[in-house]
Ligand binder design. Structure first.
Ligand SMILES: [Zn+2]
Length: 102
């Protein structure tokens, strides 16, 4: 849409792109191992090779989490809800997750 010669964007579109651009700039400027940076980027783009993703791409494999066998292995399960990953997050010094039982 044109507005007096200035091209305007729908409300919220540019601020979302600006904040995403800012997020990626911060991520790429972090002083962390490139491997970790790549892992974070792939996680945020849901491109980690979880069992769920591999089945979606046509591989004939079992989707169940190999660590706990309690759920299909998708990104959220691997990083958050799997009992093994939950234990990791609860023991980090950053206190990223809480159990509600403090
Ligand atoms: Zn699991």
């Amino acid at each position: 849409m044109k507005n007096g010669g200035i091209r305007s964007k729908p409300v919220g579109e540019s601020s979302t792109r600006d904040s995403e651009g800012e997020l990626w700039s911060k991520l790429w400027s972090l002083w962390i191992l490139p491997l970790v940076r790549n892992f974070i980027w792939r996680g945020l783009h849901n491109s980690l090779p979880t069992e769920d993703k591999l089945v979606w791409k046509g591989m004939l494999i079992d989707r169940v989490c190999v660590l706990c066998s309690n759920s299909n292995e998708d990104l959220v399960h691997v990083l958050v809800t799997c009992p093994f990953s939950s234990r990791f997050w609860l023991t980090t010094p950053w206190n990223l997750l809480t159990t509600g039982q403090q």
